[in-house]
Design a protein around this ligand. Sequence first.
Ligand code: SF4
Length: 61
Amino acid sequence: MGEAIYQIDSDRCTECIGHYETPTCQKVCPIPNTIIQDPDRQENEEQLWDKFVLLHHADKL
Ligand code: SF4
């Protein structure tokens, strides 16, 4: 929770790579177009996969 709204921590968001085909938060949010990508934090698929591995499998590295 941020000061006024819920905020997504870019360091912990993989855009759902490794779990779902599309970002789940965007799919389930009842208000359309409110969850948008951070223009200052564009990541390619390889970077997102690397983050997924770090977040979920760091103990196996
Ligand atoms: S649901 Fe997926 S896209 Fe949304 S914040 Fe979580 S990891 Fe990121």
